[in-house]
Design a protein. Structure first.
Length: 51
């Protein structure tokens, strides 16, 4: 299930986000989702190395 949220970004940040998503051939929502899960994976990998 998808959840709609509203966020406020300054104009430069919003434009940069659109640019990044376009470069990856994704819409902004998909780009954000991918970035969040990529970050989560990196954090878990870093914690595993510490142990």
């Amino acid at each position: 299930m998808k959840k709609r949220i509203n966020i406020s970004l300054d104009e430069a940040t919003a434009e940069q986000l659109k640019k990044l998503a376009t470069q990856d051939h994704k819409n902004v929502s998909q780009w954000i989702s991918d970035a969040v899960w990529r970050e989560e994976k990196l954090e878990r990998k870093g914690k595993a190395r510490e142990e």
